[in-house]
Design a protein around this ligand. Structure first.
Ligand SMILES: [Fe+2]
Length: 230
């Protein structure tokens, strides 16, 4: 487990293959709420070791799918903790009608963790339906696919080239070019990004690649410069 401050950790999962070919790393974020309940974002495949690590923190009460692609661990963790509530991005159920959802997140939805974790649905995109989160006590911004910084080491040459083209390779990384090119309503997306940038954060957790502990504001500002500077 990697700590990002008091009561917030990441746990890396096994790699998955996108389109049965392209290797993608997986990572979940675990927060212990003030109530003692455990909140898991983008759960990876459970393993006995991962389950033990989570069990040490408290009862699992919330499983969150931050976008419609990150569905991997929702069902298996729900099977392990049947009383946990499942929260998802707005379009999640359209893609996963087989997964029972307690509530889809919108900017108006009241959550049991409000005051500790803020959320913002990224609006204006044709495909991506990501929800961004701010863990206030640790000042941590949690994104999933919106910013990616894939490790170059160990990746096959072709895959490294693809990541370079898409603008997500290395510690700088950024917002994938395919996401930038498929915006439906730029003004709406800009408002969402402005909301994120108005949050008080210093750390950045992302699902794919290098996270930032301390000083993340500059890094995130640079990643969104393509939309905030025009
Ligand atoms: Fe992803």
């Amino acid at each position: 487990m990697q700590s990002f401050g008091e009561n917030i950790w990441t746990i890396d999962g096994d790699d998955v293959r996108m389109f049965k070919l392209l290797p993608f790393t997986t990572r979940m974020t675990v927060v212990r709420l003030q109530s003692g309940a455990v909140w898991i974002l983008s759960p990876v495949q459970p393993s006995p070791e991962r389950q033990r690590a989570v069990d040490r923190l408290g009862p699992v009460e919330h499983l969150v799918a931050p976008n419609k692609i990150h569905s991997l661990g929702i069902k298996p963790w729900k099977a392990l903790y049947p009383s946990a509530r499942v929260w998802t991005s707005p379009a999640f159920s359209q893609r996963h009608p087989d997964i029972a959802v307690d509530a889809a997140l919108s900017n108006d939805v009241e959550t049991p963790w409000s005051g500790e974790i803020d959320h913002c649905v990224i609006a204006g995109h044709a495909v991506l339906d990501e929800v961004a989160f701010l863990h206030r006590p640790s000042g941590t911004l949690i994104l999933t696919d919106l910013i990616q910084k894939h490790e170059a080491a160990g990746a096959p040459l072709v895959w490294r080239g693809v990541k370079q083209l898409v603008g997500v390779l290395g510690r700088e990384g950024g917002v994938p070019r395919d996401i930038r090119l498929s915006i439906r309503d730029r003004a709406a997306m800009r408002r969402s990004i402005d909301t994120i940038l108005s949050w008080d954060f210093d750390n950045l957790i992302i699902a794919h690649g290098h996270c930032v502990k301390g000083g993340a504001r500059e890094d995130v500002g640079r990643a969104f410069n393509w939309i905030t500077s025009v």
